[in-house]
Design a protein around this ligand. Structure first.
Ligand code: SAM
Length: 259
């Protein structure tokens, strides 16, 4: 088949290290009847071994040349190719019990993680290769420099574990950064959650807009609605010191004040 020139605008870095490919597939541990969706199959580095282990696989790919290759290579009974920008895909149409995987295009990693959140109830797990720095932020604990909006939002919805690092040489062309693989498992339905999740998201965004300021100042005119003793947060706290549970308490307290 003709050589494919990697397209920068689609964040194309193809996995070539068999050991790494194998380690990712083992981490996913696919079972034949699993409903797996791969984002960005590219030249099939993960697609091929996944298909070997599965009855059927769905992939979402934006690059029409790569879509044509995939359709020419695999039967449509085994592989469903969705030609689309993944940020426009309605995951509710892909069925229940989803296992979402991918070596993601790094230029859309945060928007994609947020795009997937509303469907977390339908998802069993997600395994993604991302920039290591992004994964460090996803799993960061309070009072660390990596802890921020991404950490709080994702930790409010998923249990997350960084699995292993992947060096640039594992890809062709090599990216400029070190990558890593993360496992994300949606928290159960009885998890602690804000009464109004859209408002929770606004509170977290506003709090981290000025992460080093005292929260009391960063929240601006919202701050006078907070009963700091009731929410169990010191009045001098900064956003980066609050746990997810404290953010939920803060959001509920502000929501009750009907802002
Ligand atoms: N999975 C392959 C591998 O591991 O070698 C390719 C990984 S490459 C980092 C990212 C893939 O995502 C490319 O195939 C690229 O064309 C595709 N892609 C980029 N942006 C996309 C988008 N918005 N929606 C769907 N696929 C996208």
């Amino acid at each position: 088949m003709a050589h494919h020139h990697a397209r920068k605008r689609f964040g194309q870095h193809f996995l070539v290290d068999e050991g790494v490919i194998d380690a990712i597939v083992r981490a996913i541990s696919p079972k034949r009847a699993d409903n797996v969706v791969e984002i960005g199959p590219g030249l099939s580095a993960l697609t091929r071994p996944l298909l070997n282990a599965l009855d059927h696989l769905t992939v979402v790919e934006i690059d029409r040349d790569l879509v044509a290759r995939l359709r020419n290579t695999y039967s449509s009974q085994r592989l469903t190719v969705v030609e689309s920008d993944v940020l426009e895909v309605d995951f509710s149409t892909l069925g229940a019990g989803l296992r979402v995987v991918g070596n993601l295009p790094y230029n859309i990693s945060s928007p994609l993680l947020f795009h997937l959140m509303p469907w977390a109830d339908q998802v069993i797990d997600q395994h993604f290769m991302l920039q290591r720095e992004v994964i460090d932020r996803m799993v960061a604990k309070p009072s660390t420099s990596e802890y921020g909006r991404l950490s709080v939002m994702l930790q409010s919805r998923y249990d997350m574990e960084k699995l292993f690092d992947v060096p640039p040489e594992a890809f062709d062309p090599p990216p400029r950064v070190v990558s890593a693989v993360v496992r994300m498992i949606p928290l159960p339905a009885d998890r602690a959650r804000a009464h109004d999740e859209a408002f929770f998201s606004q509170v977290v965004a506003r709090a981290f807009a000025q992460r080093r300021k005292m929260l009391r100042k960063g929240l601006g005119d919202w701050a006078r609605h907070v009963d700091w003793d009731v929410v169990g947060i010191p009045e001098t706290a900064r956003a980066e010191e609050l746990s997810v549970a404290q953010f939920i308490a803060l959001s509920d307290c502000l929501g009750a004040a009907a802002l």
